[in-house]
Design a protein. Structure first.
Length: 197
């Protein structure tokens, strides 16, 4: 894969790391209206952080970044919460770790994985709001990391576009901003899906 320096262990993140999700970066003013939650996994976490910076610098959007250490563990936790709630109908419902982390936040949620989109879709049931997933669906290819991320539509620009489109769908920003971003980042809206190329 790719060599890069890992950040120091964030204070208070150990539990989230082990449970599958923790907030790595809290962006700007917590009350900012245009806000999204970006979930980055594995090799694409750095692209997710870069997308957060683009959203802030180019569009004035605050983008919190969450590191997903295991979609599988998050799904297991969600299934455990579901089972507990089904088995104890009179008890206070147990929230999944995904719900505990994301319910107090605001804005649509975009998850990015260097696996198929089906992987971040594993937790869709417990995501409390609008949820967009990006992944590397399609046939294997050989190229540079940057070219492959662009081809599979999982680079920083596509992450930013997904976030802006989700905000536009919620009426937080104008749809024209999404079009402007596509032009600015050189994205052809009519190119075929990666799995059809």
């Amino acid at each position: 894969n790719e060599n890069y320096v890992h950040s120091a262990l964030p204070e208070g993140a150990r539990d989230g790391i082990l449970r599958g999700l923790y907030r790595l970066h809290a962006a700007g003013d917590p009350e900012q209206a245009a806000r999204v939650q970006l979930l980055g996994a594995g090799a694409l976490l750095r692209e997710t952080l870069a997308a957060s910076a683009l959203l802030d610098q180019d569009w004035g959007v605050a983008a919190d970044v969450w590191s997903v250490t295991s979609f599988t563990e998050l799904r297991r936790d969600g299934l455990n919460a579901e089972r507990h709630n089904r088995s104890h109908p009179d008890a206070q419902p147990t929230l999944s770790w995904v719900e505990q982390c994301l319910t107090p936040t605001t804005g649509p949620i975009v998850a990015v994985s260097d696996y198929l989109r089906a992987v971040p879709d594993l937790i869709r049931t417990w995501v409390p709001r609008g949820y967009v997933t990006l992944g590397t669906d399609g046939f294997g290819r050989s190229d540079t990391r940057a070219a492959l991320r662009r081809f599979f539509e999982v680079d920083r620009h596509y992450i930013a576009i997904a976030a802006l489109k989700a905000l536009a769908d919620e009426g937080v920003i104008d749809r024209a901003q999404v079009q402007q971003a596509m032009v600015r980042y050189g994205i052809d809206p009519d190119q075929p899906n990666p799995w059809e190329r």
